[in-house]
Structures are given as C-alpha cells and as structure tokens.
Design a protein around this ligand. Structure first.
Ligand SMILES: [Fe+2]
Ligand SMILES: [Fe+2]
Length: 186
C-alpha cells in the first residue's frame, strides 16, 4: 500500500487531528528504527505503514480496537500479515496477542512513549527542540502527568526492544525534532 493511499485511508476513519498526529509520530518512529537497523526499502516502508495504521479504528470503534481494523479494514487493502500481527500485539489485553516479532516489539515500544513525548513537548515553548531525556523521565515518574499513558507499557516496551529507557527516549526526541522541522508532525 502506497504512502498517499495509506494517509487517505487513515483520514477515512480518523477525524481528530491529535490522533492523526499520533499516527504519524508512531509511523515516523517505526521508520526511523527500521532505518537504524539498515532494513531494506520494503521493510522500512512496512514499518512506517504499521505505525501509521496501528490506531486506525480507535476513534470509530474504540471498544473493538484493534480487532476491528484487522477484521474489517485491512482485508480491503494491502496490509501484510506481519503488520496485522504487530497491530494486534500492541493491544494484548484486547486481542490476546503478545509481541513476538521485531516489528511487534518496536510498535509496542514506540506507541505509548511517542504519545508521552508529545505530551511533554506541549509543555515547552520550543516543543521537541532542546528537550532533555531527563525532563521526560522525570515526567514519567509524575503519575498525574499524562495519566492515561501506561507507564508499565512504556517500561515493558523498552524491555521488548532490548534497550534502555534513556537511549530510547533520546532516539525518539531526535526523530521527532527532525520530523517537526519538516512539518511532518505537530
Ligand atoms: Fe492503540
Ligand atoms: Fe497508539
């Protein structure tokens, strides 16, 4: 599935800009990790697509997310089984599918933390620019801040991709800073 048609598909199901932005953030994070691992062009695209579509049914079918997407939306478009599995595995409580593949693990690891870093960026006049790892980890320890973001999932994600929290945050800040400069995200 081409990038432009994927973006149009996303717009068919999501009207809120914040969720569109979140989808793009996770797509860009996934793409950056695929590039970091020197994957081939096709895989880099698939990682991006996986991130872009992971919450496509969240707004319209929150109670069936992400099962609805896999059952009713993806069969209509070209989405690989690998991507479907990763999207199911980002919500194990809803699907019973746990993260196994690399793509599964990275999607899980990028999802909540991207949302969290975005929340931190909103507090800063310069957004992602100049954001320090420490200000993110400090906020993670503040339960009232972005309380809807599961800290357990953030820590579990870091474990799944076999890195440490600081490196993962640093990588994502850098990715989002560059994406923001190019106006790809807010
Ligand atoms: Fe989700
Ligand atoms: Fe998400």
């Amino acid at each position: 599935m081409e990038k432009e048609s994927a973006k149009l598909l996303l717009r068919e199901y999501i009207t809120t800009n914040s969720l569109i932005n979140h989808s793009h953030m996770v797509a860009i994070a996934m793409q950056a990790y695929a590039q970091k691992q020197e994957k081939d062009e096709k895989s880099i695209h698939d990682w991006w697509l996986c991130g872009l579509l992971h919450d496509i049914d969240w707004e319209a079918y929150p109670d069936q997310h992400p099962n609805y997407a896999v059952e009713y939306i993806f069969p209509k478009v070209e989405v690989t089984d690998e991507i479907k599995h990763a999207i199911l595995a980002h919500a194990p409580e809803q699907t019973g599918i746990i993260a196994e593949s690399e793509m599964d693990c990275y999607l899980f690891a990028c999802d909540e933390l991207s949302g969290f870093i975005h929340a931190v960026s909103l507090l800063r006049p310069t957004g992602y620019e100049g954001m320090k790892v420490k200000s993110v980890t400090k906020k993670l320890k503040t339960p009232n801040f972005a309380a809807n973001i599961s800290r357990d999932d953030v820590y579990k994600g870091v474990e799944l991709i076999g890195t440490n929290l600081a490196d993962h945050i640093l990588f994502l800040i850098d990715v989002f800073q560059k994406a923001k400069e190019k106006n790809l995200i807010r």
